[in-house]
Structure formats: structure tokens, C-alpha cells
Design a protein around this ligand. Structure first.
Ligand SMILES: [Fe+2]
Length: 174
């Protein structure tokens, strides 16, 4: 694991649960194969849900990039298993989305998300990662810097929503 892993972020119980999910995730990663739907940046395979968490394994298309998004107020961590991911974190003041941190994630590296952290993830080669989240709300935010609008969505991916039924609210930037 990355030396910078924030051991104070997770209590021992959650870390143990995450480790268990990651072991489970390793077993399903290979089953994801190349089944990335056309036009999608990644495909996620949910793992057995925990009592207070959500976990899935993710296979990334080469050059796949998410839209800027948060995780609904929950906490989470992402472990890169294979490939190369670039994560950019942003701050949003209601009118501009400003990049504040950019990290290269190699196999074994972990990134963590807290509160309403906003990020994008880019794959620069075929990549696999494992994701674990706690305390996610029913909705989360997708940011559209081109349309200058923030969508509050549910039950879609980390891309601009295409199904109007997934959009709970859309707020233009000031
Ligand atoms: Fe994310």
C-alpha cells in the first residue's frame, strides 16, 4: 500500500472490511473482461454489500475519463490494481471548478475521498481498480464545466447523465 495511506482516516474495523472487499474484488476483476459498453469510460462490478458500505471492482477503458463528481457526502477509498490512473481533485465555489491536486496512481496506490470531495479519474492504459465507500447519500453531484451546470443524480455512473430520470436537480453555475 502507498506509504501515504492515511491510517487515521479509517478505523481498524473499516480497514479490515476494506481488505476483505479487496480480496473479493481481486476474484471478480478477471471476470469483467473487456465488457466495457460502447461510449462508457469504465464498467463496475458490485461486490457483496457490507453492513454500512458499498464496494465494486472497476475496469477502465484506455483513455477513459470520468466527469468531475463527488460521492454523495460519503467517505471512500480507491485502490489501483493494474494500469495507471490519474486523479484530479477540485474545489467548487458555485461558479468555477478549480483543480487543486493531481496525482498519478500506480498499482498498490490508494486515493481516499471524504466529505464532498470532487474529483476526476483518468485511465491512461487499460486499468483495474477496487472501490469502497461508506455513508454515501442517495444522490451525488456530477459537474459539467462546459454546460456550467451541476447535476444532482442518483443511480448513474460518473459521467454526464444521459437518462433524465437519473437527474434529481440541475443547478446552473453563477
Ligand atoms: Fe469517484
Amino acid at each position: 500500500m502507498a506509504e501515504s495511506f492515511p491510517t487515521n482516516f479509517l478505523d481498524a474495523q473499516r480497514f479490515t472490511a476494506a481488505s476483505s472487499y479487496f480480496q473479493q474484488g481481486l476474484a471478480v476483476l478477471s471476470s469483467l473482461g473487456a465488457r466495457i459498453p460502447s461510449g462508457r469510460n469504465y464498467v463496475g462490478q458490485p461486490l457483496d454489500p457490507g453492513p454500512d458500505g458499498e464496494a465494486f471492482a472497476c475496469r477502465w477503458a484506455p483513455e477513459g475519463t470520468t466527469a468531475p463528481h463527488d460521492h454523495g457526502g460519503g467517505e471512500g477509498l480507491v485502490l489501483v490494481q493494474e494500469g495507471l490512473l490519474i486523479e484530479t481533485k477540485f474545489e467548487f465555489d458555485g461558479s468555477e471548478l478549480v483543480p487543486v491536486e493531481r496525482r498519478m496512481l500506480l498499482p498498490g496506490d490508494i486515493t481516499w475521498l471524504g466529505g464532498r470531495d470532487i474529483h476526476t479519474v483518468e485511465a491512461h492504459e487499460p486499468s483495474w481498480s477496487l472501490h469502497f465507500y461508506w455513508g454515501k447519500g442517495d444522490t451525488y453531484r456530477i459537474f459539467d464545466p462546459v454546460g456550467r451546470v451541476t447535476h444532482e443524480v442518483r443511480d448513474t455512473g460518473a459521467w454526464l447523465p444521459v437518462d433524465p430520470d437519473s437527474i434529481v436537480a440541475s443547478t446552473p453555475w453563477s
